[in-house]
Design a protein around this ligand. Sequence first.
Ligand code: ADQ
Length: 464
Amino acid sequence: MGRLIAVSNRIPKPGERYSPGGLSVALRHALEKQGGIWLGWSGDVQPNSVAELKPRSSRWKNVDYVTVDLTQRDEDEYYNGFANRALWPLFHHRSGLTEFARRDIAGYYRVNETFARILQPLVRPDDVIWVHDYHLIPLGAELRRLGIRNRIGFFLHIPWPAPELFSILPNHARLVANLSSYDLIGFQTKSSMDNFLYYQREEMNNHVGADGLLEAFGRISKIGVFPISIDTAEFEEFAKTPHGTMMRRLERSLEGRTLALSVDRLDYSKGIPQRIDAIGRFLELYPQFRNRFIALQIAPRSREKIPEYCDINRDVAEAAGRVNGTFGDIDWVPIRYINRSIARQSLAGLLRAARVGIVTPLRDGMNLVAKEYVAAQDENNPGVLVLSRFAGAARELRGALIVNPYDIDGMAQAFKTAFEMPLEERIARFRPMIEHLRKFHVHRWCSDFLEALSEYQIETALAS
Ligand code: ADQ
């Protein structure tokens, strides 16, 4: 078996402590197992005047980590520009937040070309290349242009939007043509895949076979659904052996009250202000719950150079202030809001300590926190997951209380149901979910994707 070459926008530094973001958690496992290369942006930025950006490489546990810096212009146009002010909001159905400039599109393509140029000399004939996420849609096409014939797969971690939304992008046709350079294109959910295929058929007149093969732009690509997951066994273990100090501090501070917990990157797609408003509505409608629980929101800041991310920080702080100001008392405030990143083992312990897990994104490719919450529970006394219908995870975690994150009253009602749910029902809802996650864990996700990619050439050879 050849090596696995993974490419993603950011990669963790070798041996670095865990950093938030679902992608890095999932990929590290696959690469260490198979051996290979992980290429991405170092996170460092050089002045525009720098003559040449040189990649750096270091090896750690069977993996060569190859990183490259970006120039300030690259960061502005590619990362803070087209990827995160056009693709991210649009793919999360927030067309009102979508901003694009031709200059940013050019920067997006330029950085993809740079990544391809760095990768090309490192590729051996039997390597398999796996490209990740919306930052790198054109990378496959750039690699093909440089003569790379290896199998290349692409996985989209975020949702693929409805065709009407996608076609808002001035370069929509070029982006889907770029995707045809991949041998396998994977989505988190069937609805994302259906949106993509509908666009291919209706807008592009391309042929989609019943066998999941797409004939487009002179190539055949295989299309599939691969819902990402977590390392269930490891997370279950973490939750049983959390770091003692943090747990003791939490327990002391709760003073016998129930804990409701939310953990998200600070992002407008995660529905945090709406969720806080729903806690306010819950306290208004059901005053008997006042002073009986604490809702802890953990949300490390992300993408801070983008204006919309400063706005969301302010919106969350204001929403929490409003609810605390209205319902808090001298010895109790309902919402605790912190921006810290938490070590995985402690996070697992916190999730286990929470009687209610609130995961209510407005739209989310999958949402790994929902899965982590389930894996962290005590089988004999599990908590209740309140989960948005617009998270990919809602397709799998059927035992959750599924809510509409835009419906504040509906969420308030669900919180009441969650707090009052008897043990028997909690167990009945929890069991099928944990069994599902024990079967469909992150290793299975990787092997399913890579297997589908390795089968690709045989099938397409037959089809063509
Ligand atoms: P994200 O949008 O980053 O990922 P998510 O799936 O929730 O979202 O993953 C976040 C990860 O970061 C989780 O493992 C969580 O435990 C961790 N994390 C969050 N806050 C943390 C904190 N304060 N301290 C420590 N860890 C924290 C994108 C897509 C998702 C998709 C993933 C994976 O947006 O929809 O599920 O990729 O494909």
